[in-house]
Write a protein that binds this ligand. Structure first.
Ligand code: FNR
Length: 369
């Protein structure tokens, strides 16, 4: 049957993939409250569409860190994409570039920065996990820059791995025929089996728990690439990130895979946008599955959004064609949402085009007519 929305790829992937792999992609942390909430919260934001505006032409193009893209819908870093499909990150890179948008490559990709660059032109960001061994980090950042990556997305919500119980039960580990390609030559490309989650053990062994704001400054001394801080959900940290020289902020709770019972990202977005005061762009990821979700995020002040799971699920289902289809469906839904809301360009999307739970209680106190 024809796939008509992004969410449908979840069930197809579940059928196709080995349980260990599907569970790794799908899971959230602990009770998975935030996982549900990332979706549910979008449903509490309603539209205030404007009518009788000529919407013959809709322009979805926008600019991210100076790079022009076809729409404010980008690809979040998700690890180990070759578990989903043999072409893994290659397929994702091609799909993103043919859609005219940005792909973020995970540090833990199963294809290297050079391999992904070899797929052809495209605007790509590199997601960085900071290893205890700073030489490893410096080398990798240099390689990404040389391979033409345009920005670093520094993940700051993972000093330790969140407790994902399915991964513990399944003894999740990277299948032996794959490696974390960026680390292959550094002897850090394999993941040992553990008597819980192999990934959690890998993180405990290699990732630097002492990472702090001074390291954001250090990173700027080793690269010219702008740094997006990925994983901010409070006003306090927004201000610190800007002070530390961040070029942008990604409001993210890591797809609800780290600390459970943090708010949905769409609920945290406006606090961050207000604290940023327009000094740097603010992006969002987490639970975006519809064009209406994209619009809501932009109305709350985001400059763009990233999608995670829809990419790995569609990759599992149909490879490159699946990822293309996901981007196309979101694009069409977003365009329709803009038209039905009376917005002809991204800059016409305003806070007044939506209403939220936390707005002045206009509904409750509206006079009865
Ligand atoms: C992730 N995410 C992630 N983030 C990151 O900074 N580095 C990484 O390697 C990964 N890997 C990863 C794997 C899988 C399977 C998932 C689902 C997520 C988090 C990701 O970048 C993003 O924050 C969320 O996926 C966004 O939420 P949705 O779109 O999945 O709901």
């Amino acid at each position: 049957m024809e796939v008509t929305n992004v969410t449908e790829y979840d069930a197809i992937a579940k059928e196709k993939l080995p349980k260990m792999v599907y569970d790794y992609y799908a899971s959230g942390a602990e009770d998975q409250w935030t996982l549900q909430e990332n979706r549910n919260a979008f449903a509490r934001i309603l539209f205030r569409p404007r009518i009788l505006i000529d919407v013959t032409k809709i322009d979805m193009t926008t600019t991210v860190l100076g790079f022009k893209i076809s729409m404010p819908i980008m690809i979040a870093p998700t690890a180990m994409q070759k578990m989903a499909h043999p072409e893994g990150e290659y397929a994702t890179a091609r799909a993103a570039s043919s859609a005219g948008t940005i792909m973020t490559l995970s540090s833990w990709a199963t294809s290297s920065v050079e391999e992904v660059a070899s797929t052809g032109p495209g605007i790509r960001f590199f997601q960085l996990y900071v290893y205890k061994d700073r030489n490893v980090v410096a080398q990798l950042v240099r390689r990404a820059e040389r391979a033409g990556f345009k920005a670093i997305a520094l993940t700051v919500d993972t000093p330790r791995l969140g407790r994902r119980e399915a991964d513990i039960k399944n003894r999740f580990t990277l299948p032996p025929y794959l490696t974390l390609k960026n680390f292959e030559g550094l002897d850090l490309g394999k993941m040992d089996e553990a008597n819980d989650s192999g990934l959690a053990s890998y993180v405990a062994g290699q990732i630097d728990r002492s990472l702090s704001w001074k390291d954001v400054k250090w990173l700027q001394t080793i690269t010219k690439m702008p740094i997006l801080v990925k994983g901010v959900i409070t006003a306090e940290d927004t201000r610190l990130a800007i002070q530390a020289g961040a070029a942008g902020i990604i409001v993210s709770n890591h797809g609800a895979r780290q600390l459970d019972y943090v708010p949905a990202t769409i609920m945290a977005l406006e606090e961050v946008v207000k604290a940023a005061q327009g000094r740097v762009p603010v992006f969002l990821d987490g639970g975006v599955r519809r064009g209406t979700d994209v619009f809501k995020a932009l109305a709350l002040g985001a400059s763009g959004i990233f999608i995670g799971r829809p990419v790995v699920f569609s990759l599992a289902a149909e490879g490159e064609a699946g990822v293309k289809k996901v981007l196309q469906m979101l694009r069409e839904e977003f365009e329709l949402t803009m038209a039905l809301s009376g917005c002809r360009s991204i800059s016409e999307i305003t806070r007044n085009h939506i209403s939220t739970d936390w707005d002045a209680p206009r509904a409750q106190f509206a006079p009865r007519l």
